[in-house]
Ligand binder design. Structure first.
Ligand code: BLA
Length: 243
């Protein structure tokens, strides 16, 4: 159901950047489960290029029971622009939830003006996909912008409307990356390193997908996938509390 979104992203990335494949830890790149009605396959891709230090995306194909396309793009540490976050979910065809955002690293007004305000014009044209839904897992004020697309919707809207919004958001994101000046001061760069690391820690601890991964692929695999691939700069809680 979300394959066209994966393919569009992939085409854009290969067209615009000089991508290098990044290794995915053994056993995490692809996994097949026979649990659930139809089983499921999860597959991930990871790349980097000088402008983007980690580009990862994952597709879960669980037939009619689950279709998921999830991606995070982390800019190089010399760029303070937001991360690009994509989470498109469909469970049993009835529950379709789509999220797309430029995920801010900082919350001050200047940052907002530079990197979030440019989304407003697009977001205003897709008001129907920005439904102000309540967040149960995450804090909407942390790592989410006020112009995110976040909607409960249907397959028709995904195909006809979300795809257009998605293409426009991506366009603005590439533009933003092109226009941003690289930081050169070590202290400024260190601040981005820390902010991106904090994002991984926060996201790993809150990720609402860990139950989904566990139910298909087991708890152990799920923990590895979260901490060794999705949010590789996060430390598992038990480990970090010992330090
Ligand atoms: C919600 N994301 C969810 C849910 C699942 C996933 C299962 C809960 C749906 C529900 O029952 O309400 C799935 N999350 C995944 C998967 C991965 C993952 C499969 O990380 C990894 C492969 N989530 C993101 C990114 C964004 C994001 C990058 O991973 C940013 C756009 C947003 N997902 C997001 C939000 C919700 C969500 C805002 C709703 C959470 C809430 O209600 O608090």
């Amino acid at each position: 159901m979300y394959r066209p979104f994966l393919e569009y992203l992939e085409t854009e990335l290969f067209r615009r950047f000089d991508l290098q494949s990044q290794p995915i830890p053994p056993g995490l790149e692809r996994q097949v489960s026979d649990r659930g009605q139809t089983g499921a396959t999860i597959q991930s891709w990871c790349y980097q290029c000088p402008e983007l230090r980690k580009i990862r995306y994952t597709y879960i194909d669980g037939g009619a029971a689950a279709q998921v396309f999830n991606s995070v793009i982390y800019p190089a540490h010399c760029y303070d622009i937001p991360l690009l976050g994509i989470d498109l979910l469909s469970f049993g065809k009835k529950k379709i939830l789509v999220v797309l955002d430029f995920q801010p690293l900082f919350r001050d007004a200047e940052y907002h003006r530079k990197y979030i305000e440019p989304m407003k014009a697009v977001r205003d044209r897709y008001n129907d996909l920005a439904q102000n839904l309540e967040m149960k897992f995450y804090d909407a004020n942390q790592y989410f912008s006020k112009y995110l697309l976040f909607a409960k919707t249907d397959a028709e809207t995904v195909k006809n409307r979300l795809m257009l919004a998605y293409q426009e958001y991506l366009d603005i994101y590439w533009q933003m990356l092109e226009q941003t000046e690289p930081l050169t001061d070590t202290a400024d760069i260190d601040r981005i390193v820390k902010a991106q690391k904090d994002y991984d820690q926060y996201s790993a601890e809150r990720d609402p997908a860990s139950g989904l991964f566990s139910s298909y692929f087991g708890h152990e695999w799920s923990e590895r996938f979260l901490y060794e691939f999705l949010f590789a700069d996060a430390k598992p809680l038990a480990v970090s509390s010992k330090k």
